[in-house]
Design a protein around this ligand. Sequence first.
Ligand code: TMP
Length: 233
Amino acid sequence: MEKLDMLYEGKAKQVFKTDDEDKYIIYYKDDATAFNGGKKGEISQKGIINNKVSAVIFNILKKQGIPTHFEKLLSDRESLVKSVEIVPLEVIVRNVAAGSMSKRLGIEEGTILEKPVLEFCYKCDELNDPIINEDHIQALKLASEEEVHIIKAYTKKINEILIVFFKERSLNLIDFKLEFGIHKGEIVLADEISPDTCRLWDVNTNEKMDKDRFRRDLGNIEEAYKEVLSRME
Ligand code: TMP
């Protein structure tokens, strides 16, 4: 597989074309941003950790019947994925109130939600990824009604699988963000699932084991990311 031109550079990853038009290579960087790039830094080894964590999770989801873009790990920082066109939505699931939901709605962080809360955000940096509903998705033509139906069904199943997966590793899955893409006309799970895109609290100590350590300057960021990976190996 030959790595060709860079197609896109995001805040944490680069995407490259390959000599196979059905495949891309993703390169995971150590760069970390928060608040839509308002806070910038680096988390040493993060690219390596997120590449591996994401591979483990995508393989588990694949086995459970969720179609994903993930093909295989190529190196410490690179994965081979199916070429997808990203649906411009951030799909957020919350099992416990935290972060922007707590702030926006005045719900104390750590409040258990009776059933998972699903949120959609419009992936648009210029607008700061605003929260939107299903009518907005149709109005803006971001995805069809059928695609939204499929995305919701996959998301619900992914949450059920990941709650159990993390609980077995002594981590509570507080919330997380998914992105989907379209490959050959089909919706597939894309992007990454890692401590950058999930809130994970240790079940015994409630210690934050995710990017909130960077967002909130809590220290021991690398250690937390490494600990999450070590609980998966
Ligand atoms: P929030 O509470 O800041 O809205 O974040 C909810 C979840 O989504 C949390 O697990 C972090 C994740 N997330 C991302 O992966 N990327 C983002 O740009 C944002 C805002 C949140």
